[in-house]
Design a protein around this ligand. Structure first.
Ligand code: NAP
Ligand code: ZN
Ligand code: ZN
Length: 349
């Protein structure tokens, strides 16, 4: 198969900083779109993956799954896009397309889904590489249209931070007067606040950080509860219909379960792994409460969200950085020192 060698940024080990690498992209196949990447958001998952936090990274890894760019080439079978279109790619670049999940627009739950990085590219017979790179080649079925009225840098985080919070908000039927809480004000958390607010919900932020109260309110939160303050947590008992928990590391879910109303659901989207302390079932049983999880969103749902953002003028609050500053950005992200998503200007590569 013909390939093109391009510049990218990634790492060959869990311990090393990210640095410039050369990677191969496949030549455009019949249904492929080649995209010149303009912007790529920096997700906490990129950091988990680069540093092998989940124990499944194969190196080299080139992270990045919040991609916005322009179409530069199309295969002869492409019908949805033309050269020059502003398009986006999120966390998925392929799936089996025949299983029930694929047929129901839930490609993210397909047993054969292919991640934008760290997945398996069946054409190149190697790992997929993400958006910290000059270009990407993706089947048009996994390429999305970007609303023309929105800032391309600000829309990039919608492709992961946005859809990961939108999908559970929609699945658990959040609408006018729903009582929604969001745990953690980072990339996912700030999109969750904006989206739940736009859906008409009453939105509360749970945060460890007393310095984020004003920002949370400006983003659309009606109130902020400092999660380390027992008195404030006590007052929140039994209040929420849906809680979206974006915290990336092990933490105690039990105090949040207590703040669910009867029939309420705590949706974990941040932390991946066993719980310590363990979950106590008593409040679940006594209040018919649920603890659930949710993974990104399917292609149709991601397009629905992009269109919703276009209509409601919603973008992410971003700090645009050069590619060369990615290692510093990771350290700052670990300290929650970003308002509220880093986005790489890919011209800098
Ligand atoms: P982020 O920007 O770093 O935000 C995480 C926020 O969680 C922080 O701003 C902080 O908010 C809070 N936090 C951080 N460390 C904490 C700790 N040790 N204890 C308590 N709170 C803590 O991260 P992100 O990009 O939003 O990603 C969040 C998580 O979601 C990551 O683990 C990522 O891998 C995962 N993720 C999952 C999916 C999915 O499909 N399920 C998709 C994308 C990302 P406060 O300062 O307000 O407390
Ligand atoms: Zn992500
Ligand atoms: Zn499938």
């Amino acid at each position: 198969m013909n390939t093109k060698s391009i510049k990218a940024y990634g790492t060959e080990t869990a311990e090393a900083d990210l640095k410039q690498l050369q990677i191969d992209r496949r030549a455009v196949l019949a249904n492929d779109v080649e995209i010149d990447i303009l912007y790529c958001g920096v997700c906490h998952s990129d950091l988990h993956f680069a540093r092998n936090d989940w124990g499944m990274t194969e190196y080299p890894v080139v992270p990045g799954h919040e991609i916005v760019g322009r179409v530069t080439q199309i295969g002869e079978g492409v019908t949805k896009y033309k050269i020059g279109d502003l398009v986006a790619v999120g966390c998925l670049v392929d799936s089996c397309r025949t299983c029930n999940n694929c047929k129901n627009d839930l490609e993210q739950y397909c047993p054969e889904w292919v991640g934008t990085y760290g997945g398996y590219d069946k054409h190149l017979e190697t790992n997929t590489h993400g958006g910290y790179s000059e270009t990407i080649v993706v089947d048009e079925a996994f390429v999305l249209s970007v609303p023309q009225n929105l800032d391309p840098a600000g829309i990039a985080p919608v492709l992961c931070a946005g859809i990961t919070t939108w999908s559970p908000l929609r699945h658990w039927n959040v609408g006018i007067d729903s009582k929604v809480a969001v745990v953690g004000l980072g990339g996912l958390g700030h999109m969750a606040i904006k989206l739940a607010d736009a859906l008409g919900a009453h939105v509360t932020l749970f945060s460890r950080s007393t310095n984020k109260i004003e920002d949370a309110k400006a983003l659309g939160a009606d109130e902020v509860i400092i999660s380390t303050d027992d008195a404030q947590m006590e007052k929140a008992m039994g209040r929420f219909d849906v809680i979206i928990d974006t915290v990336p590391y092990e933490h105690d879910l039990n105090p949040y379960v207590s703040t669910l109303n009867t029939n309420g659901t705590l949706v974990v989207v941040g932390y991946l792994g066993p719980l310590d302390p363990m979950l106590v079932t008593v409040p679940l049983i006594m209040g018919r409460k649920s603890v659930a999880g949710s993974l990104i969103g399917g292609i149709a749902e991601t397009q629905e969200l992009l269109d919703f953002c276009g209509k409601h003028n919603i973008t992410s609050d971003v700090e645009v950085i050069d590619m060369q500053n990615i290692n510093e950005a990771y350290e700052r992200m670990l300290k929650s020192d970003v308002k509220y998503r880093f986005v790489i200007d890919m011209k800098s590569l």
